[in-house]
Design a protein around this ligand. Structure first.
Ligand SMILES: NC(=O)c1ccc[n+]([C@@H]2O[C@H](COP(=O)([O-])OP(=O)(O)OC[C@H]3O[C@@H](n4cnc5c(N)ncnc54)[C@H](O)[C@@H]3O)[C@@H](O)[C@H]2O)c1
Length: 444
């Protein structure tokens, strides 16, 4: 925190926010706190988050960084359309983000680059005294997860994982229901990332690598060299909140098992023909990777990674307790003694209304039109609001590490014949009595 204060964290705090009386204007009912953002990585995701930031009256985007001139050009157009002044621009080489981090007019940064850059950029941001919101997953190795935690603890600068699915409307209603004990004591959950990414991993046609488009430039190589649960956080973030992970409970061990790999090769043949050079590529990533986690409190979690085969999108949620369960795929639930028909599903709709989270009720109008059904609004909102207040973000560095570490642990488990892997305790024992803060108010 001291670092933030030194750098004059709240723009205008010295002038606008503190009046002649010395009483901050926010305490006199006028909130003119402003967060000055830097955005590193202005590809598809970075621009989507930037668009949400540009709509807010409580933040300005003062600097952006991307090594792709087209991404910068498209960003300039967004600033023009928003009618705001253009940001300082970085991206002359892969390390130029360090120059953005050296600026005095950046209080907090969002990192939306390819996965291998997440931790180096987040660590450098914290080292420069800037709060950081990092896209998912926050890290790809066990060591990187520790780097995030150790850097945040040493510098006192918060790191938020920008896990938007935690803010999905049904997920937040279920969080509410879990808190009120509607499912009884939780026993078992499911989550996952079941998303046909073939058109993302190859774009255009059967192409990937530096000359390709979008995520095909960098994401596909993870399917060549790695076999594991490569994208755990959309599925595990909500489940970790349901189970109060790192708040009186923790992930203890996992095992992972991978199916054979067929989907990507077949897709390359279908798109590029039998003679396309990419038919020679041997993909390591199993088409369906199943991870089973056991928690310290005795619940089990099944996590599925399924991105290489034709299928409709689903995050596969299921929350099951001693009194009943919710499943996202059939948008239904069953609660013993409450649901009208024994042994029969009941539509979730009326429960969604009855247990709608206060955050959604308050900010529904602002969230309308934001990405991914509105939930992206909330993740930016939480990052900005916690920065303005200089309080820890609701999805903190321990969440970033505990959720992201699933990837390397699952790779190791698969490589060793589905051997159980122990989770590191990133809280160093404090999980026992840390206070759960996610979604506990209607503020952020
Ligand atoms: N939370 C979500 O719902 C969600 C959705 C999409 C993507 N993502 C995540 O967001 C991140 C970005 O994904 P994307 O779809 O925008 O990918 P993208 O390829 O469209 O954008 C990444 C950008 O980073 C830039 N970049 C790469 N190296 C850089 C460097 N050293 N310095 C500056 N810029 C650099 C690239 O030029 C590119 O413009 C990924 O981690 C992805 O997993 C999250």
């Amino acid at each position: 925190m001291a670092g933030l204060d030194r750098r004059g964290f709240i723009a205008g705090a010295a002038g606008a926010a503190v009046g002649l009386t010395g009483v901050p204007s926010v305490l006199r009912g006028r909130d003119d706190r402003l967060v000055r953002l830097g955005i590193i990585g202005t590809g598809g995701r970075g621009r989507s988050l930037m668009g949400l930031a540009l709509q807010r009256s409580d933040c300005t985007v003062t600097a952006i960084c991307d090594i792709d001139p087209e991404a910068i050009e498209r960003s300039h157009a967004m600033f023009r359309d928003a009618g705001v002044s253009q940001p300082a621009v970085y991206g002359s080489d892969e390390e130029d983000f360090l120059n953005l981090l050296a600026r005095d007019d950046v209080d907090a940064v969002i990192v939306a680059t390819p996965w291998l850059w997440h931790t180096p950029m987040a660590v450098a941001a914290m080292e420069s005294g800037k709060r950081v919101g990092v896209e998912v997953p926050a890290a790809v190795t066990v060591e990187e997860c520790w780097d995030l935690v150790n850097t945040s603890e040493r510098t006192g600068i918060p790191c938020m994982i920008l896990e938007n699915v935690c803010y999905r409307r049904d997920v937040m209603a279920v969080l509410n229901m879990v808190g009120r004990g509607l499912f009884g004591e939780l026993v078992h959950c499911h989550g996952g990332y079941q998303h046909d990414l073939r058109e993302v991993k190859f774009q255009p046609g059967a192409e990937f690598g530096p000359g390709a488009r979008g995520e095909a430039r960098w994401r596909t190589k993870h399917s060549i060299y790695r076999n594991g649960e490569l994208y755990p956080t959309h599925g595990i973030g909500p489940v970790a909140n349901f189970l109060r992970i790192d708040h009186g409970n923790r992930f203890a061990t996992l095992t992972s098992t991978a199916s054979k790999t067929r989907g990507l090769h077949e897709y390359v043949v279908a798109q590029g023909g039998e003679d396309h050079p990419n038919t020679e590529v041997r993909f390591q990533l199993g088409d369906v990777v199943t991870t089973v986690i056991r928690t310290a409190n005795g619940e089990t979690v099944v996590l599925i990674h399924d991105t290489n085969l034709p299928r409709p999108y689903s995050l596969n949620f299921r929350v099951q307790g001693t009194r009943g369960l919710w499943m996202s795929d059939n948008r239904s639930l069953y609660i013993e003694g409450v649901s009208p028909e024994p042994h029969s599903w009941e539509p979730f709709g009326q429960y969604q209304q009855a247990y709608d989270h206060p955050l959604w009720q308050r900010y529904e109008a602002d969230a309308t039109g934001a990405g991914h059904g509105g939930m992206d609004f909330f993740v930016v909102h939480a990052f900005v609001e916690s920065a303005k207040r200089q309080v820890p973000p609701p999805l903190d560095v321990y969440a970033a590490a505990t959720w992201s570490v699933i990837s390397p642990l699952s790779e190791r488990s698969i490589a060793r014949g589905s051997e159980p892997m122990e989770f590191p305790d990133f809280t160093r024992g404090r999980w026992v009595d840390r206070t759960f803060r996610f979604g506990m108010s209607d503020e952020f």
